[in-house]
Design a binder for this molecule. Sequence first.
Ligand SMILES: *Cc1c(COP(=O)(O)O)cnc(C)c1O
Length: 403
Amino acid sequence: MSAENYASTMPHVMAVYGRSPLAFERGEGVRLYSTDGEVYLDCVAGIATNGLGHANPVLIEALTRQAHKLWHVSNIYKIPEQEALAKRLTDASFADVVFFANSGAEAVECALKTARKYHSANGSPERYEIIGFEGAFHGRTYATINAAGNESYIEGFGPRLPGYVQAKFGDWDDVRFKIGPNTAGVIIEPVQGEGGARSLSPAQMLELREICTQAGILLIYDEIQCGMGRSGKLYAYEWAPGAEPDIMTIAKALGGGFPIGACLATQEAARGMLVGAHGSTFGGNPLAMAVGIAAFDELAKPALLDHVNKVGNAMRQQLERLKEQYSDIVLDIRGKGLLIGIKLGPNNRDFMVMARDHKLLIAGGGDNCIRMLPPLNITLEEAEEAVQRLEMACKAMRNAAQA
Ligand SMILES: *Cc1c(COP(=O)(O)O)cnc(C)c1O
């Protein structure tokens, strides 16, 4: 077995994705139904976008109701639905204001621009450098690949953008060393997604907050993957009271599967973002906002967040048992809530194929990890079933290795 690339089965589409040969025709909750009639347990959930599962009735209702009224109007007009979602987001967070985009990378673009503009508005335009971290993922635009610094995403696209610096994840001495007269801010995922589900401890987050405050630079959290309830709190930074950021990006589950991104900021951090400073054609359109409001009202329910912690803990316990039983295959269990990373002995891409053969869909990740990112409303029984399928994949993996 080796990593697959079935791009050639979609010859009219740019071959940038390593696609598995599956196609799906519909979904319901945590189940996906493939075009060839098979049923899969979905622990990818659109890569953490479908926080409320597939075909959620509340979201369908919100989408179809709005679809009959108004899809898109320009941001040259007032959009009441936009203010309604922004009010919800700011009431439930550190932030005072929100910019709406259509994707995660666009939200990060806005965050990076906001940080630079803040210093420029303060009379320090020389403060434009952003410190990012090894293992980070912030999206695929020029700025975001440079902010994350992953060589394989940057290579071949010309010179690196100036103004981006790389530090080691969790190594704050390295950050202190790299802060200088040109530093504008720091961007970090409180729980890394793609990088392999590594999470910062509350103590680490508090220390980083303190470093940024002392240096007069802005702290940006990228909660595009770990936010919107996935960590067991609405936002992962809530695990570290006192470590609130100045700017934060969210996307993925914010729209429950509908493309929405948002950049949240304090009034102070957004002081440079005045008329004309930024914009988006589609960002914050009424259709997206209607779905976003419905998704937010579900995701922010304390009962749902309790549920995430309960199911997340149960899965972790079961996975720890699996780790004892299959210590050659399961090396480490990471992450927070229902953002679960498993570092593997065997190749993670091979393991994903094996899991798929057992009708379990899981995501890959850096550091030879797989990620389990089920819908947040997955039941305890479904979660147990997911671990059972994972166990079958472990067993098959071991048998294959011994054969
Ligand atoms: C997915 C992701 C992004 C990029 O979002 P897109 O919608 O693909 O642009 C950025 N940051 C993190 C942490 C992500 O998980």
